[in-house]
Design a binder for this molecule. Structure first.
Ligand code: ADP
Ligand code: MG
Length: 478
């Protein structure tokens, strides 16, 4: 007997306008199903709702995301996951009909899978030559593998503000330029590339009491309003109790109604708010996403031991794509990276980004420092002479000067190995593992990460079309 044959399906007639209140527990009790995640409720079109009872949650095992999922199709979409019935889940990065970049938001509580989804979007952007300016506001720890994979990478709130000012300035520059050309719309690559500002942990920037809250809200709103028609989009990922928390009442509401909105596991207050904010139609009832799937109700009698549920799995990545074609259908992101924690950067995620340099140039943050801010010593302005000696990049503990008896770092070993005219990554990996200076084998992922750090430091050149890793002579250091 195949799994398909075990699926029970019920088509329910609903009141006009759909089901307003939906009690998943009650429905499961009615069906006699203890494992709540086996029952999938879907609001159909018109006056129909469909309830399917699966042998196990159909979204339990997702396959890993593949580079071809992340290739933009003719509709400007990439595929980031699948619905419970296997239909791919599209995420739009460009609208070829209107020439618009998108504004997107990914919501969910801590651990719901926001940052992994952001990594998939970042890898998709890189693969499709979309320039990304990224803020990772959890000290760079939300999407650690993204370092060196985007044109700009900031981790501080003030730098994020500078980055957003830069994005708005770029949108304004494009508007003026297109106006002068008599252009009405944006065309990818003609003359400008598609560009996104992406902010993970945006709640830190937008929550009450955040130092730049008001300006951040204004800039994001501005990008949402004017940037998209000139190919400058904005995507945020946030953990939030409600939308009003994010920069005031109407910052995101208007912007998101037409954007790409993804709701991962949420808090109930967030859910109420989404309905109030009109992001969720009144008649729509979403089946809640449980923290674990495959779990049966534990308490049978007050003194009976809790029933141990076998094979329970976490629900990270389960979501609703509220602005997609099937807003009330449960979906899940493909697997992005390893499920078990990795000691350093996740090699699977690094592979997803690939070894090439990201497209685009970083935003010159110093250009967007105001005179006042410079006077307050927040950061020197571009063009203005710094009052103190230029600060060197923070030393990386792994790169601290070596005591003579300590083992050399991988970066030092690479510099010792690289001929002036460069070497391919596979050759370099082989040479490293044959140089006899390491204490353990160097893996490809580690090498790629080290190279990306070294590129950021100006120790090796950004890859050109030959793909060779070349050393940068010290006199070329910027
Ligand atoms: N798409 C995914 N593929 C594989 N593992 C995932 C995925 N989404 C979430 N996870 C797992 O859940 C953990 C938390 O996910 P994360 O994206 O960091 O959540 P958030 O940013 O919402 O706090 C990850 O460390 C990973 O183990
Ligand atoms: Mg996160």
């Amino acid at each position: 007997m195949s799994a398909r044959e075990e699926i029970r399906e019920y088509v329910l007639k609903t009141p006009p306008g759909g089901i307003r209140r939906y009690d998943h527990d009650a429905l499961c009790d009615l069906l006699g199903v203890e494992d709540r995640s086996r029952v999938i409720f879907e609001q159909g079109v018109g006056r129909e709702a469909i309830v399917r009872v699966y042998p196990s949650n159909p979204l339990t095992d997702m396959r890993p995301v593949r580079p071809d999922d992340l290739r933009m199709d003719a509709d400007g979409c990439v595929r980031i996951g699948a619905y419970f019935d296997d239909e791919p889940l599209p995420f739009r990065l460009f609208d070829p009909d209107t020439g618009n970049a998108q504004r997107g938001a990914v919501f969910g509580t801590t651990g719901a899978g926001k940052s992994r989804l952001v990594q998939a979007i970042l890898a998709a952007c890189k693969q499709n030559n979309i320039i990304v300016h990224l803020a990772d506001l959890k000290h760079g720890q939300s999407v650690p593998e993204a370092k060196g994979q985007t044109a700009t990478h900031v981790t501080a709130q003030y730098d994020t503000i500078l980055m957003l000012r830069g994005l708005v300035a770029e949108a304004e520059r494009r508007m003026t330029a297109y106006g002068a050309l008599g252009r009405s719309g944006f065309v990818i690559g003609d003359p400008d590339p598609l560009m996104y500002g992406i902010i993970d942990e945006a709640n830190r920037l937008l929550e009450k009491g955040a130092p730049f809250r008001a300006e951040a809200a204004t800039l994001i709103k501005e990008l949402g309003r004017t940037g998209r028609s000139v190919g400058v989009g904005i995507i945020i990922a946030a953990q939030a109790g409600d939308l009003a928390e994010l920069g005031g009442s109407d910052t995101l509401r208007a912007m998101l109604k037409e954007g790409e909105v993804i709701l991962l596991r949420w808090s109930s207050s967030m859910m109420r708010q989404l309905v109030q904010d009109g992001l969720l139609a009144k008649g729509e009832a979403l089946q809640p996403i449980p923290k674990t799937i495959g779990r049966v109700r534990r308490v049978r009698r007050y003194d009976a031991p809790a029933a141990q549920s076998a094979n329970k799995a976490n629900s990270q990545g389960m979501l609703y794509h509220l602005t997609g074609g099937r807003p009330a259908s449960m979906a899940r992101t493909y697997m992005v990276g390893s499920t078990a924690p990795t000691p350093g950067f996740d090699p699977v995620i690094l592979d997803l980004y690939g070894p090439t340099a990201p497209p685009g140039e970083p935003i010159d943050l110093a250009r967007y420092v105001t005179v006042k801010e410079a006077e307050k010593g927040m950061r020197p302005r571009a063009g203005a002479l710094p009052t103190t000696a230029p600060t060197l990049p923070d030393p990386d503990p792994a790169e601290a000067p070596q005591t003579p008896q300590g083992p050399p770092t991988i970066a030092r070993r690479i510099l010792a190995l690289l001929p002036p005219d460069g070497m391919s990554v596979p050759d370099l990996l082989e040479a490293l593992n044959a140089d006899g200076r390491g204490t353990r084998p160097v893996r490809r992922g580690t090498l790629l990460t080290t190279l990306s750090t070294m590129r950021d430091r100006g120790q090796v050149a950004r890859p050109d079309e030959t793909g060779l890793v070349r050393p940068l002579p010290a006199d070329q250091l910027v």
